[in-house]
Design a protein. Structure first.
Length: 188
């Protein structure tokens, strides 16, 4: 009847994203970086793939890509964005127990890969959307992009190098400084 029903919800703080957290879930977009600093972005609105499928693409893409001294090769960081529901009729969905998975992998030595969910990988950490670093910002696409300059069209302050987005337009720091000086003279 609904009168005496009780439901309790708990939020799990996902500071460190693991294979267990994202395993079996679908995602529309993926972004990864290789040890040679090459990066790749894939996916789209019509795309919905298991996290392990995206990771397989990343592993294949970065297979022979190594750091400068060739001590490490492969994927250095991996980000998945926009969780989606998988169609259980698709061949993409494969149900396997963790024991079966371990048998398939054997005694393979696996380099730990930074996995970010709905955030951006950078310098070995996952940063939230909107975070600014090194003249870039974490976009909702899962990777850092260059901040906008001058009179560029914007939606949020963090998109602009001046950190000022007014009426959907970046305001240059010089103009802002002139306005502040004028206001201080006016009310000074």
């Amino acid at each position: 009847d609904g009168d005496d029903d009780y439901a309790e919800f708990k939020c799990i703080l996902e500071l460190k994203v693991t294979e267990e957290i994202i395993g079996g879930k679908g995602f529309r977009y993926a972004y990864w970086q290789c040890y040679d600093k090459e990066e790749e972005k894939q996916g789209g609105e019509a795309s919905c793939k298991l996290s392990r499928t995206w990771k397989k693409y990343a592993t294949e893409f970065c297979q022979e890509k190594c750091n400068e001294d060739n001590s490490k090769c492969g994927v250095t960081s991996f980000s998945i964005i926009e969780e989606c529901y998988l169609d259980l009729g698709e061949k993409e969905v494969v149900f396997a127990s963790s024991i079966e998975e371990e048998k398939k992998q054997g005694k393979k030595i696996i380099e730990e890969i930074l996995i970010c969910k709905d955030s951006c990988p950078f310098d070995g950490k996952c940063y939230p959307f909107g975070h600014r670093k090194s003249e870039k910002f974490c976009s909702d696409t899962g990777f850092f992009i260059e901040q906008l300059k001058g009179d560029a069209v914007c939606e949020n302050n963090f998109e602009c190098s001046s950190n000022l987005c007014v009426d959907s337009q970046c305001i240059s720091q010089g103009l802002f400084k002139k306005i502040m000086n004028w206001l201080s003279k006016l009310f000074g």
